[in-house]
Unconditional design. Structure first.
Length: 272
């Protein structure tokens, strides 16, 4: 699904357009590729999104997300080997010899590949179907629970594992910070303002969903009862971003902030 709202694009419809105009069609399944591949078997049928559609030429999916492998590996699939050739790089006149590389990275650590393969073999198809069933069910349970809390609403019914909410009653970032104070590290969204949770294995443990829903109810009740208009840190950051029309300024500030991480003299490190 897409990262902010957890919805899947109309792949079939886009596929027809790609076919009509003879355009190569790439499906970005990096976030949920290892879920949607098993959802049919897990009892949550999806419309075709893969090579069953004749115009789909390539698909990407990250193994380190719902493939549960160590970070540092990913997968790209091609419809045929001819398409795959365009990924490779080769130079014949380099003084260091004839050089070729299958990826942008000239070399990769073998242990990451070995760990990735070992993880895939450990879970197998049955294991991934089992985990998919649990994760999708929990995502739908959270969506159902959140939809029943006055003051917030779902931005969209989740297609896979991401559940996003917003509010027409209060600044949704108040809820973001309230839940953060209770130990929930969710993701802040913008355009429109919102927050989301990407359900993972840990959220499928007994009691986790009930705890999240109860903490959400408590936070919403506290926000609605409170008369204070003092903005939280998150509300200020996202509010400022939405009020500044020139987004390049936000990008510049972000780069300066990241640059401060690399300062070797911590006493003089600054973002300005």
């Amino acid at each position: 699904p897409n990262f902010p709202h957890g919805t899947i694009d109309p792949i079939e419809e886009i596929s027809k357009i790609a076919m009509e105009y003879e355009i190569p069609f790439h499906v970005d399944a990096c976030l949920g590729g290892f879920l949607i591949a098993f959802m049919d078997q897990a009892g949550f049928p999806l419309k075709p999104f893969d090579f069953r559609l004749p115009s789909v030429t390539s698909i990407s999916c990250d193994t380190h997300k719902y493939g549960f492998t160590p970070k540092g590996t990913s997968v790209i699939l091609y419809r045929n080997s001819e398409l795959r050739l365009h990924q490779f790089f080769a130079v014949a006149d380099w003084p260091g010899g004839i050089y070729g590389s299958p990826t942008v990275a000239g070399s990769r650590s073998g242990y990451l590949i070995a760990c990735c393969w070992a993880t895939l073999m450990y879970y197998g198809i049955e294991g991934y179907v089992k985990e998919t069933r649990k994760i999708i069910q929990v995502a739908r349970d959270i969506a159902d629970g959140w939809s029943k809390i006055d003051g917030i609403y779902l931005l969209h019914q989740p297609d896979v594992s991401v559940v996003a909410i917003s509010s027409n009653t209060f600044n949704i970032y108040y809820l973001f910070d309230g839940l953060h104070a209770k130990g929930w590290h969710l993701i802040g969204l913008q355009n429109p303002p919102g927050i989301h949770i990407a359900v993972t294995q840990i959220h499928t443990q007994p009691g986790i969903v009930d705890k999240l829903l109860e903490d959400t109810r408590q936070c919403v009740e506290e926000i609605l009862k409170s008369n204070t208009k003092k903005d939280t840190v998150t509300a200020v950051i996202y509010g400022t971003n939405q009020k500044i029309p020139d987004k390049s300024l936000i990008c510049d500030m972000t780069k300066l902030y990241i640059g401060s991480w690399y300062e070797t003299n911590l006493d003089t490190a600054t973002v300005g």
